[in-house]
Every structure is written in structure tokens, then in C-alpha cells.
Design a binder for this molecule. Structure first.
Ligand SMILES: [Zn+2]
Length: 212
């Protein structure tokens, strides 16, 4: 179970749970956003190219994404295993990955669209990127950041219409991925609708029980 993939829609708590999952599996995780940020920060030709693509709001082409992950996976720290977060994103990427690496398990952290929209559209962020949630983590004063007294605002990307549009695209591409891994008998689905603690406990229990 040491070579794994974590899937899940925005709002599923995927990024929160991925570190715990990697730690429990005893492997390092690679997230696509982390990898892209790292390359941009390094400032090389590739980083500049990625920065430009993301600036335009375009998706990183499959070929480039596959090359980036394959290059990263060559590093010795992934020899014993890895947890991938944000890759593969579609069937083409999954098939390319299968040619180079044996994947043991694919975890899907699932929540309903309603809950995803509630979790994301309830977010409020200040200019210093302190994040609150109107229901799950409210600031003491409505609309004011507890930490820096700045105004809390909803990001344009977080309004319900924008979220449901992203979810629709996500569902469309991911359903094919899920079918693909299900046919290979590698898919494990976790219910991500509980609290962070409840979901963490469930994941750790499962991974401990199925270790080896
Ligand atoms: Zn703040």
C-alpha cells in the first residue's frame, strides 16, 4: 500500500488529510500544487513557463504534468513509496503513470456537492491570507480578522456559482478515473463529510488495519 493516490473534490479536506495519510503510510507526499509552486519559486525556465500558464488561468498540459511527476519520482526519497495528491487528474495521466509506476491503492475522499459548496463558499479570507469559515471557524467579530483586524472577504473563486462550475468539471473528469481504478480493484472510498478529527481517525484506522 506504499504507492498511493489520493483523490477528492475541493472542500473534501484532501490537503488536510494527505499529510496525515502520508505519515501513516510512512511515505512522502507529492502534491501537484506544491510541486508547481516549488518549480516557480526555483525560477528556472520550466518554472517561468509554468508561472505563465497559471497566470493565464490555463491548465498545465498533460504531457508537462506527467514529465514533472516522473522527474520528481526519480528522487531517492520516493523509492519506498509515495502519496500523490492532485495527480493523476484525468485518465490520460493515469494511464501514463501506470506505464512507469505500479500503484497499490487509490483513496477517494468523497463528499456531496452540497457540502463542498457549503464548506468553500463559507470561507472568508483577510488580505494577510488568514482563513476563517462563517460556520465552522467564525471570527469573533463578523467580517473582521481575529489575527490582524483586517476585513474578511469572500474570494471570487469561492462564490457558490464558481464552486459548482469547478465541481462539475471535476466530477466529469474524475468519474472516468474512478471507474478506471475500480476496474483494477484499487479504489478505496472514504466518507469525508465528518469533522477533520473524525475523518482522520477513520483514515488512520483503515491504514493501520490494512498495513503491510
Ligand atoms: Zn488577518
Amino acid at each position: 500500500m506504499k504507492r498511493a493516490i489520493l483523490l477528492g473534490p475541493q472542500g473534501s479536506g484532501k490537503s488536510t488529510q494527505s499529510q496525515l495519510m502520508a505519515d501513516t503510510l510512512g511515505v512522502k507526499k507529492i502534491s501537484s500544487s506544491g510541486l508547481l509552486r516549488q518549480l516557480i519559486a526555483e525560477g528556472g525556465d520550466l518554472g517561468k513557463k509554468i508561472d505563465k500558464i497559471m497566470d493565464e488561468g490555463s491548465l498545465i498540459p498533460d504531457k508537462l504534468m506527467i514529465d514533472l511527476f516522473f522527474e520528481e519520482l526519480k528522487k531517492p526519497e520516493y523509492k519506498e513509496g509515495f502519496l500523490l495528491d492532485g495527480f493523476p487528474r484525468n485518465l490520460a495521466q493515469a494511464k501514463a503513470l501506470d506505464k512507469e509506476h505500479q500503484i497499490d491503492r487509490v483513496f477517494n475522499l468523497e463528499i456531496s456537492d452540497e457540502l463542498a459548496i457549503e464548506r468553500i463558499s463559507g470561507r472568508r479570507v483577510c488580505k494577510n491570507r488568514h482563513v476563517f469559515h462563517i460556520k465552522y471557524n467564525p471570527s469573533r467579530k463578523v467580517g473582521i480578522c481575529d489575527l490582524c483586524d483586517s476585513q474578511l472577504l469572500q474570494r471570487d473563486d469561492d462564490v457558490p456559482g464558481a464552486v459548482s462550475k469547478r465541481l462539475e468539471i471535476y466530477r466529469e473528469t474524475t468519474s472516468k478515473l474512478l471507474d478506471y481504478y475500480k476496474e483494477q480493484d484499487k479504489l478505496v472510498v472514504f466518507d469525508g463529510s465528518g469533522s477533520i478529527k473524525e475523518v482522520s481517525d477513520m483514515i488512520v484506522d483503515y491504514l493501520t488495519e490494512h498495513a503491510g
